[in-house]
Design a protein around this ligand. Sequence first.
Ligand SMILES: Cc1cc2nc3c(=O)[nH]c(=O)nc-3n(C[C@H](O)[C@H](O)[C@H](O)COP(=O)(O)OP(=O)(O)OC[C@H]3O[C@@H](n4cnc5c(N)ncnc54)[C@H](O)[C@@H]3O)c2cc1C
Length: 380
Amino acid sequence: MRRIVIVGAGLAGLRAGQELRERGFDGELSIVGDEHHLPYNRPPLSEQVRAGDMEPHECEFSRDDVDASWMLGRPATELDTGRRIVRLADDTELRYDGLVIATGRRAREWPELTAMDGFHVLRGLDDAIRLREAVASKPRVVIIGAGFIGREVAATLRKRGLEEVTLVDVASHPMPVLGPVIGERAARLHTDQGVGLYCGTKVERFEGADHVEAVHLTDGTRLPADVVLIALGSVANTEWLRDSDLELREGNVLCDERCFALGHDDIVAAGDVATWPHPRADGPIRVEHWTNAAEMGRRAAANLLDPAAAVAYVPVPTFWSDQYDAKIKSVGLFGRSERVSIIEEDLDTGCLVVEGHLATTWLGRSPSTRTSRSPPTNGN
Ligand SMILES: Cc1cc2nc3c(=O)[nH]c(=O)nc-3n(C[C@H](O)[C@H](O)[C@H](O)COP(=O)(O)OP(=O)(O)OC[C@H]3O[C@@H](n4cnc5c(N)ncnc54)[C@H](O)[C@@H]3O)c2cc1C
């Protein structure tokens, strides 16, 4: 294999490049990114960068060990698997012997376009900088979506002294994917810190002329707002694959257990954009968390280099989320639990350990998966 192209200059793409070089690949390596930035770390965007504690360039990953041709600000627009060519927006054609797809996902926008100013999403560095400028004057902020990013931003804004921060979610509690036991505690965490929380209700409409002035909910509530953050999850960056013969599942690249795009032994996918069959799940899954992007980027690259020796990617998924002084950590496929039990809870400190039991059985046992909430530690 002489030419490898990685599309997506994020965490999974960077780790794939590092793995290729560490394993001795000495051919041509091209890394294509649609952003103008070199690969950077996203978790600080919802906290340190947004709050001004970290400058954007401090989020950059070290890439000294990746000898590659970096093609930034140039999105891939087309894939021809027959001719083994990736086409870029400027019509450059990149030939490959091996291809890594690591284009991640982007923030889901509000479904109806509005001409009003004051709306934000948070996925990339440029979004974080725009949001940081918008909240500098301590405006009233309404966050639609109480998932990970919505809650992390709410916590940072309150810590920075914004008086009016409100979270809205259609689910009956925040962090809906983690279920009501965690969700109810997450709700308390925010209301104790003065965040307005409206769950089980929807946005009916936005009020304003040039700039948003309020958010109206279906329960009749009117929330005055100068800034609205749309935090409604993500969509896959796979439009450039639409005319290729790759199989997509809910927009993501569908892979086999070794990270190869189905039916292609010269194409792998990794990170947020990949869906693959995990043996502990009841079907192909995608994992939109940091550790998975890093580990899958490495495994996919190793398999691509030597398909004959390729092994299945069977990680124990993990994630963390920092909110106020609490750190939420999860190990396993907690979101897929059929039932959960509280293992430990300390009402004074707020420490909580919850175990989830999966519906599937493995070697006759119901596998368990854990999530805990604890005061902060230095590492993740
Ligand atoms: C604000 C924020 C906070 C987070 N906090 C946490 C956390 O606390 N804990 C945790 O576990 N996870 C967290 N995550 C999730 C974690 O950062 C992601 O799972 C991880 O970044 C995914 O890496 P990736 O390389 O798959 O995708 P990305 O990091 O999204 O990288 C993909 C890159 O490909 C580019 N691209 C897209 N389309 C094209 C194209 N056509 N051509 C070329 N390039 C393209 C994208 O612009 C992007 O630069 C957070 C994410 C965000 C956004």
